[in-house]
Design a protein around this ligand. Structure first.
Ligand code: AMP
Ligand code: MG
Length: 539
């Protein structure tokens, strides 16, 4: 994803050592300069210039050392200048901060124009390898797309996104990244459970980074308004900048591009299912054109295995975005993108249908290989599917922790399949939530499955098997209660839990005996606490 030669971009001096912003997006594509019109439908533009709100007391509270290094910045050495820059308090001379215009299908329905209602991009920078990154402030005030919103973000949701983006990256899953987390010094009113109970919370701004923040919804808005020139300009820009290996945009390249978007989306879904991540708001405006995880809202990590689980309070009736639905929702969203980019194909649906028809086989293939790896099967066979299917049925018989189950399974020394199923069951019993003994039917089902699994892996070199399992199944994930502990402390001005979690989640597949407490089942206190098992979009 190297930056392509382009029209000369103006460099903007940010005052932060090593940070030179360029305006590749706003220079290449049509937009609306200041002064911004507030809250009305925009036409024929891809972005609008915006001025971030001025926070009263910007303070840097956390930053990703990994991203700092990657981008060649010195944030640690200049906390005050960083706080000003990464809250939009000081905008670099010569830069054009902007909000993007996009639409989206929300919970299955076309929602019209949405756009960055509280995200403001500052411009692009290059990392040490020549890759380009857009820096975006989330929560820096109103934009022409804010609709009824205030454009701000609270500390609670900003901590969640800050931690989870970096955790996701360390799990090896494509995602937007976190760079800095700052307080604004201002308070923000939020009604967390939409029940009239409004509370003042601390305002915060996350500076996040991505090769591109373009979403499926960016294309949908132009298609909905018959803005074919803008649609094509945006597609060509994304292909040239972020899919340069496909070559010069044209009819064949558009089809290959869509094929690659489809494959990246399917891969992302398989990754999420592998680690038990539930995005919970898979609207088309939250789908990255790069196949990256984007927009961490009321997401959650599966604890008890249950395909119907969603952490999103507002989706608890229909469960559209539940764990088990994610891969098919990925396809549903790709259909919406296909409809949006149809004008690039002179309205010929065939090339797009050809691609869409490949999704299910492509996804099933990756997913079967993923499950094989989760189980330590180094030579997957079609016949293994029966073992996978019976696993899911068995796990649902009692509340079984998704993360712990697979790590415990890897501890079984199944050499020759000679272990007694009862002994194997004892090894995995840490993954069970119910404090009462299992009933006989459940014990029998687990023993049967464990016996079949042990027989299947009997001929596989135990060290190879364990290595495969422990590099596929994380030991540490950002359980909801962990994020909540970081938030509780941060709200009291203690940022040490954020730092500790960043450290643990940096090596999610490794044994870290000093952090063993984070590798156990969700504690009892967290079961009923709001914000642990049920979240809302209020952020
Ligand atoms: P989300 O559910 O966070 O993906 O947001 C959906 C839409 O609402 C996007 O257009 C967001 O920019 C917008 N939005 C969410 N929160 C706010 C806010 N506090 N102020 C303005 N716009 C917002
Ligand atoms: Mg969003």
């Amino acid at each position: 994803m190297k930056t392509q030669p382009q029209q000369p971009a103006k460099d903007a001096d940010s005052g932060i050592q090593g940070l030179n912003l360029t305006d590749a997006f706003t220079q290449a594509l049509p937009g609306k300069p200041l002064p911004a019109d507030c809250n009305h439908q925009q036409e024929h533009i891809i972005w609008s210039e915006v001025q971030p709100a001025v926070p009263s007391a910007p303070t840097l509270i956390a930053w990703s050392a990994d991203m700092e290094k990657r981008l060649g910045l010195n944030i640690q050495g200049t906390p005050d200048a960083s706080a000003r820059f990464f809250t939009g308090s000081e905008v670099a001379a010569g830069s054009t901060p902007y909000a993007m215009r996009y639409g989206g299908h929300q919970f299955g329905n076309w929602a019209g124009q949405l756009g960055d209602g509280r995200a403001i991009a500052l411009g692009e920078i290059q990392d040490r390898e020549g890759q380009h990154w857009t820096l975006q402030l989330k929560g820096a005030g109103q934009t022409p797309y804010s609709r009824q919103g205030d454009g701000f973000a609270v500390l609670r949701s900003s901590v969640r996104e800050y931690l989870c983006s970096e955790a996701m990256h360390n799990l090896g899953i494509p995602t937007t990244r976190s760079l800095t987390l700052c307080l604004t010094g201002d308070s923000v009113d939020r009604d967390v459970f939409y029940d009239g109970n409004v509370q003042a919370e601390q305002g915060a701004i996350l500076c996040r980074a991505a090769h591109s923040f373009v979403r499926f919804g960016n294309f949908e808005i132009h298609a909905a308004h018959h803005e074919h020139d803008e649609l094509k300009a945006l597609a060509d820009h994304v292909i040239t900048r972020d899919y340069p290996h496909l070559g010069k945009p044209g009819p064949d390249v558009y089809q290959q591009w869509f094929q690659e978007i489809l494959q990246r989306t399917a891969q992302l879904m398989a990754h999420w299912q592998r680690v038990g991540f539930v995005h919970a708001v898979m609207n088309t405006d939250n789908m990255s054109i790069l196949g990256h995880t984007i927009d961490y809202g009321p997401y959650g990590w599966l604890e008890e295995y249950d395909p119907r689980w969603t952490p999103n309070f507002v989706d608890r009736q229909n469960r559209r975005y539940s764990f088990g639905n994610q891969p098919q929702i990925g396809l549903w969203n790709l259909y919406r993108l296909a409809n949006a980019i149809l004008p690039l194909f002179d309205n010929n649906t065939k090339p797009l249908e050809e691609v869409l028809e490949t999704y299910n086989d492509y996804y099933d293939n990756i997913w079967n290989n993923t499950v094989a790896a989760k189980l330590g099967i180094t030579d997957p066979q079609p016949a293994d599917k029966a073992l996978y299917n019976s696993l899911w049925e068995t796990l649902e018989l009692t509340a079984t922790d998704y993360t712990l189950f697979f790590r415990k399974l890897a501890q079984i020394e199944a050499a020759g399949g000679q272990e007694k199923p009862t002994d194997m069951l004892a090894v995995i019993s840490d993954a069970f939530y119910d404090s009462k003994p299992l009933d006989d039917t459940t014990i029998e089902a687990f023993n049967t499955w464990l016996g079949q699994w042990a027989a299947r892996v009997a001929d596989i070199d135990p060290s190879k098997r364990t290595k495969l399992m422990n590099s596929t199944n994380p030991k540490y994930v950002l359980r909801n209660y962990m994020a909540l502990q970081a938030i509780d402390a941060a709200e009291q001005g203690d940022y040490s839990v954020i730092e500790e979690l960043m450290a643990v989640l940096q090596n999610p597949y490794s044994e870290q005996p000093e952090f063993e407490k984070y590798a156990s089942r969700r504690p009892e206190w967290a079961t009923q606490r709001p914000g642990c098992t049920m979240l809302t979009c209020s952020s």
